[in-house]
Each structure stands twice: as structure tokens, then as C-alpha cells.
Ligand binder design. Structure first.
Ligand code: FAD
Length: 520
């Protein structure tokens, strides 16, 4: 059954995770002020499902049960599903900055595809387990943390080569009724206020790494789980116009010999499937990140306009300010367009999941990851130095300075000084505070560092098709190498089935564009 934000907050009381924030043991996650902005942000994903303006985006019909479920825990089976998830991610993030929960559907889709493939190829029945788990998550409307990024230890070594085996979460023991896992996941967004954690491998594994190829679901309060978290956003800070209310924490999650029953184990040593699982998840997740950070871009664009207005300026009349705003819009809508393209040009996986196009998903995430700093620069340029120079809110009520400050820092008569200060503090919060740095880092590294995207773009891009295209066009025969093996060492083509243009009302019909299939 769908929960509201308040139901979700109350549901956290049913769990007793071992959580530390800034060195203190947290007794009740639902009541902890330092985690409140995170609970509020995730809560919005619940509330919007009941908002009639957005329920079409925030809910979906699960094919295998016919039930209406929250969009964030839905399995995407059509391009339309992907577009709606993208829009939903942008919607929640333009309200709360980062809402974490879209990761859940990305993880579930990838495990759905992986277990289906594994069962088909090896005759196991793991997919049925996943289905049972999925239906419980959807039925109870749970929120799940993605615990993928291991501690990793020495980056130059594979998991089995690490001096400390706990640098990667691994299977410490196999029992008749389940497995015991141990090790650390280093960065888990929202961990304290999740219901469960989805442990997933963070890289491809070799046979020697088989014990590290583990994917399973663990309740946050399972025995042996410890969550060491930062506060979510900037709780309690008066100057934090945005992130005192909404923000996310990140946490280290320690698994100290945690027992996981087989019912929620989806990968236990099948190292050959580790790469498929991680890269499938990465493609789903990078596409979703695009939607999420486009929501953050909406906030910067709006705050930029307000700052200029408060300064008495109009971008339409000042070419350099207009250029800055156009540049900001170009960046945000440019990477968002890649998210849309990735949704439309994906392909139907044999499991029935609609897998986003890898080239567009990775390009969009790469653009966003590398241009987030330009977004901040542009927002700073249109705003002016007040963003970091304005005295703190405690000064606002100082009788000795308030009068002079209000009079002497006034801009135009129709913009109250208080309004300008509010907008300036909002811009500071989004672009120059500790939280702003958090948004830069999640844009850069969240979902994988830029190099991971570059590798995937090269892997998926149909270079061979482009090579053959040019050979065909060269009419002088100098490059007529028919029958000769290509020297191109690029590993693959864009996807297992080649480029497909899906049947959508916008794209189908006579005269509709049709790109050559890379496999043709
Ligand atoms: C705010 C935030 C929220 C996040 N939320 C989550 C979450 O909810 N769940 C989750 O699982 N993860 C999460 N992540 C983790 C994210 O996926 C990782 O940060 C990302 O994959 C990079 O891993 P890393 O941080 O360990 O950096 P590293 O892997 O240490 O990378 C640092 C640099 O070293 C390079 N590098 C790494 N290994 C090698 C090598 N062998 N050879 C050469 N170069 C190398 C990388 O390319 C990069 O340039 C989050 C990250 C951030 C910043």
C-alpha cells in the first residue's frame, strides 16, 4: 500500500538500526534533528504520489501484480516508463535537491535483469526470489539504500588481493539457510533512514574474487550492521535557507558478520554476472542522476534570476548576464536531453525491462559531472560577491547595525532588503556552502567517476558501424577493405540487439527517422 511522507517517517520507528552521527549514538532516526532534512526529502517522494498534479508521474502500474506502486520502486518496461521516471526524479529534486529514492528502482531493475539472465543461462531460480522481494518492497512501499561502493582499500589491487579483505563486502561464510557477509560499504546516501540496504558489487569480478560477487538485501537493523553517518544537509543552521529543511546524509555502513537468509540473496559467488549487474545498474542510475541534477539545475536557474532581479538587473537587457543564463540553461537542458534520448533509444532486455541507451546515459552523466562546476561559476557570476560576504542571520536582528544595513545595502525600492538577503543566502546554500560542495561531489562521482563513463561510452558506441559507413562512401576504392578484418579493437556495439527506434506516437509512422542498425 502507498504510504504518505508521515507514514514513512512513522514506519522508521519499527526499525532500530545502530546509527552514529558525529560520534553520537542515535536513539530514534525518525526524531533525530540531524537527519530530519533527509527524512523530509525522502518523505516528499511519498507525498507526491498522493498529489493529483503529479500522481501520474509518481505512481505506476506494476505489470506482474497489476498493483499501483510508487514510481521510485517500479520496474521500467517501456520508454514511457523511463521518461516518467526521469521527469519524476527531476520533479522531486527541484523541490528537495536530492531525494535518494530513485536509486531504489535503478537497483531493482538491474537485479531483475541480472537474475533473469542468470536463471536463463544456468537454470537457477533466483529471479523468483527477486520477484518475491520486489513485491514486498512495492507492497510495503519501502525505501532502500544502495550499498554498492565498497571501501575498496588499495585501488590498484583487485578485491582478493587486498591486505584487508573487509575493504570489499564479501561472503565470510555459507550456511544451509543463507550467507554471512562482512566488510564495509563506504558511501551510502540516506542509510540511517532507509528500511533496507541493497548490497551490490561495485565492479566486475574475476574467479578469484568470487566471494566478493555478492548481492543481497539486508534490513537496516539486521544484527551486525552499523551505520556511521554525517548529518543530512545543514540542519539547525539559520543561514541554510534550503538545506536546513532538505538534504541527504551519506554514511559508511559496516557489515560485521551479518547473516542474510537465501530469500534475499540474489548473487552469491556467481562472479561471471558481476559485470553485467554493475554496468546495467550504472546505466539505469546514470540516466536517473541526469533527471535528479536537472532538478538541481532548475534551482540554480531560478535563484540566478531572483539574484539579478534583487540587484536591480534584467538579464534580457544585459547581454553578458543573458549569456550566462543561456549558458546555464544550455548545460542543464543539454544533459537532460541526453537522459530523454537514453530513455527513448533504449532496448527491451529479455527480462522485459527497458534498458536505457548506454551511450546517451553515460554522455549525459559525463556532461553533468564535468559541468557542475561551470553551473556554480555561472550562478556566481550573475549573483555577485554578496553570496559569500553577507553577514550571518544573527546580525539581522542587531539593533545597532540593522538600520544602516537595511538602508545602505538597499538596491531598488520595490525589492525589500530582507528579500535580497534571503535570495543571497539561498544562493550561498546551493553553490558556496558545505552542502554545495556535496552537490558538486555527487554530480562528479555519484553513479561512478567520469572515467567510468568514458569507458562505457567507448564500449557502447557503434564505432564499427561508423567505420563501415565511411568505407561505403569512399568511391575511389583506396579503403576498399571488404573481407579484411577491422583493426578496430573496440570491444562491443551499443547493445545486444542493436539500435532500435521504439514505437512511440512521436517517432513512429511513415517518414519517421530511422537510424541504421549497428548490427545490420
Ligand atoms: C555524495 C555522494 C553520494 C553517493 N551515494 C552513493 C550511494 O548511495 N550508494 C553507493 O553505492 N555509492 C554512492 N556514492 C559513491 C560513488 O558511486 C563513488 O564515489 C564513485 O563510484 C567513485 O568511487 P570512490 O569515491 O571510491 O572514488 P575512487 O574509486 O577512489 O576514485 C577516485 C579517482 O581515482 C580513479 N581510480 C580509481 N581506481 C583506479 C584504478 N584502479 N586505476 C586508475 N584510477 C583509478 C577514479 O577514476 C577517480 O578519478 C556516492 C558518492 C557521493 C560523492
Amino acid at each position: 500500500m502507498l504510504m504518505t511522507g508521515e507514514d514513512y517517517r512513522e514506519s522508521l520507528r519499527r526499525y532500530s538500526p545502530r546509527v552514529f552521527v558525529d560520534g553520537d549514538r542515535v536513539e530514534s532516526v525518525a526524531d533525530e534533528p540531524r537527519l530530519a532534512p533527509g527524512v523530509a526529502a525522502v518523505g516528499l517522494t511519498y507525498d507526491l504520489a498522493f498529489d493529483e498534479r503529479y500522481s501520474h508521474l509518481m505512481t505506476a502500474r506494476e505489470t506482474t501484480t497489476g498493483e499501483t506502486v510508487n514510481r521510485m520502486v517500479h520496474i521500467d518496461r517501456t520508454p514511457q516508463d523511463l521518461i516518467e521516471k526521469l521527469e519524476a526524479s527531476r520533479l522531486v529534486c527541484r523541490e528537495v535537491g536530492c531525494a535518494q529514492r530513485y536509486l531504489v528502482g535503478d537497483g531493482l531493475c538491474a537485479i531483475y535483469q541480472c537474475t533473469h539472465r542468470m536463471d536463463t543461462e544456468t537454470g537457477t531460480d533466483t529471479h523468483q526470489r527477486l520477484l518475491a522481494y520486489l513485491h514486498r518492497v512495492q507492497g510495503e512501499d519501502l525505501t532502500i539504500g544502495i550499498a554498492m561502493t565498497d571501501g575498496k582499500g588499495d585501488r590498484s589491487l583487485r578485491p582478493h588481493q587486498q591486505a584487508n579483505a573487509d575493504a570489499y563486502v564479501h561472503i565470510a561464510e555459507r550456511r544451509k539457510d543463507g550467507i554471512v557477509i562482512r566488510g564495509a560499504k563506504a558511501i551510502v546516501t540516506g542509510a540511517p533512514y532507509m528500511h533496507e540496504l541493497l548490497v551490490m558489487p561495485c565492479r566486475n569480478m574475476t574467479e578469484a574474487d568470487a566471494d566478493f560477487a555478492v548481492c543481497c538485501a539486508v534490513p537496516v537493523d539486521a544484527e551486525g550492521v552499523t551505520i556511521v553517518s554525517r548529518p543530512a544537509g545543514r540542519p539547525g543552521e539559520n543561514a541554510a535557507k534550503f538545506s536546513a529543511r532538505y538534504g541527504q546524509c551519506t554514511a559508511v555502513v559496516i557489515f560485521d558478520d551479518v547473516f542474510v537468509p537465501w530469500e534475499t540473496v540474489f548473487l552469491a559467488g556467481e562472479w561471471q554476472y558481476s559485470q553485467f549487474l554493475t554496468s546495467t545498474y550504472a546505466t539505469h542510475h546514470r540516466r536517473t542522476c541526469i533527471g535528479a541534477r536537472a532538478g538541481f539545475g532548475d534551482l540554480l536557474i531560478g535563484a540566478g534570476v531572483l539574484m539579478m532581479e534583487a540587484n536591480g538587473l534584467d538579464a534580457g537587457e544585459s547581454p553578458h548576464l543573458r549569456n550566462d543564463m543561456v549558458e546555464l540553461i544550455k548545460i542543464v537542458e543539454g544533459f537532460y536531453a541526453c537522459g530523454v534520448a537514453s530513455s527513448v533509444y533504449g532496448f527491451q532486455d529479455p527480462s522485459g525491462v527497458f534498458q536505457p541507451d548506454g551511450v546517451f546515459a553515460n554522455i549525459g552523466k559525463l556532461l553533468m559531472a564535468t559541468q557542475i562546476y561551470d553551473m556554480h561559476r555561472l550562478a556566481h557570476d550573475v549573483s555577485g560577491g554578496l553570496v559569500v560576504a553577507l553577514p550571518g542571520p544573527d546580525e539581522d536582528h542587531n539593533p545597532e547595525t540593522r538600520g544602516d544595513m537595511t538602508a545602505m545595502l538597499a538596491t531598488r525600492p520595490d525589492v525589500p532588503h530582507e528579500h535580497r538577503m534571503e535570495v543571497s543566502r539561498l544562493m550561498h546554500d546551493l553553490t558556496a556552502s558545505d552542502t554545495a560542495g556535496w552537490y558538486s561531489m555527487i554530480s562528479l562521482h555519484g553513479g561512478g567517476s567520469p572515467e567510468a563513463m568514458r569507458r562505457e561510452i567507448y564500449r557502447y558506441y557503434p564505432l564499427e558501424e561508423r567505420r563501415r559507413l565511411v568505407e561505403r562512401l569512399l568511391d575511389r576504392g583506396v579503403l576498399d577493405v571488404d573481407g579484411e578484418a577491422s583493426r578496430n579493437r573496440q570491444p562491443g556495439r551499443c547493445c545486444p540487439v542493436g539500435c532500435q527506434v521504439p514505437e512511440t506516437p512521436q517517432l513512429s509512422g511513415p517518414g519517421a527517422p530511422r537510424l541504421p542498425n549497428a548490427a545490420e
